[in-house]
Design a protein around this ligand. Structure first.
Ligand SMILES: [Mg+2]
Length: 256
């Protein structure tokens, strides 16, 4: 192409702005006061519900709970990533380096043990312990609770997050968490659950419409027994809408 034509094109065409698919979501998590407020708000509300739940022996937050649970010791079930642990720095690296998610990148990040703590989480967990409530972590991290050198064990300890080996339920086979919730519910009365993904509470459907229907169906649980920590950067919601930008654009409601 001749230099004159190139110059003309560059003047006439609008500048192409680079697309960073996760920039807004990651910036919101890392810089907004609203994110700190939202997670703190969720954990404070969870703390109030924990008091109600402790006083009511018929209260359970888990559909996996059997019928005879009134005499069981109390527990809470939490997810780890984007619920207790903040991996937004991992997202930030992908944005800055223009990389897409891969399991290899994720495992490398986990090994670094550099995740932060979500605002409000540590205080909530310490309050639970003080009240005699056992915190269980049901996570899809591949980790080894018995190993002091395990990166997840290390990062939990680094943030002084209440931790005991038998209460860290790592992913061993499926990422579906129902069976691990069942294990907890067999021995404990589950007072409440905290997570950033629908699957942290119940097995969620995989389409946008069915997920919305199920969220409405469980409306009595939200904010009483189930507490959601906002995570706009990734999750099963994204697989439901479609990972490609075109999929998301296609689902946007424009009211035209
Ligand atoms: Mg999570």
């Amino acid at each position: 192409m001749r230099p004159f034509l190139l110059f003309t094109l560059s003047v006439c065409l609008p500048a192409q702005q680079k697309q960073y698919p996760n920039l807004n979501a990651t910036a919101w998590m890392q810089t907004s006061a609203e994110y700190v407020a939202a997670t703190t708000q969720a954990y404070r509300a969870a703390e109030r519900s924990m008091n109600d739940a402790l006083a009511d022996p018929n209260w359970t937050a888990a559909y996996e709970q059997g019928t005879d649970f009134r005499g069981l010791p109390p527990a809470v079930i939490l997810d780890l990533d984007e619920t207790v642990l903040d991996n937004s720095a991992f997202q930030a690296r992908q944005v800055a380096d223009e990389l897409s998610y891969s399991d290899a990148l994720w495992q490398a990040w986990v090994k670094e043990a550099k995740a932060g703590a979500i605002p409000g989480a540590v205080q909530f967990l310490n309050t639970a312990l003080l009240k005699g409530v056992a915190p269980f972590y049901v996570t899809n991290r591949v980790c080894d609770a018995m190993n002091d050198d395990d990166a997840t064990v290390k990062v939990l300890k680094a943030h002084r997050i209440p931790f005991s080996r038998e209460r860290l339920l790592c992913k061993t086979g499926t990422s579906e968490k129902t069976e691990r919730r069942k294990l907890v519910a067999a021995k404990y009365r589950v007072l409440l659950m905290v997570g950033d993904d629908f699957n942290d509470f119940t097995a969620a459907p995989t389409t946008v419409e069915k997920r919305a229907d199920l969220a409405h169906f469980h409306q009595a649980m939200w904010g009483t027994k189930w507490f959601v920590i906002p995570n706009p950067t990734y999750g099963s919601w994204e697989r439901a809408v479609g990972m490609a930008i075109a999929d998301k654009l296609g689902k946007l409601e424009r009211k035209q």
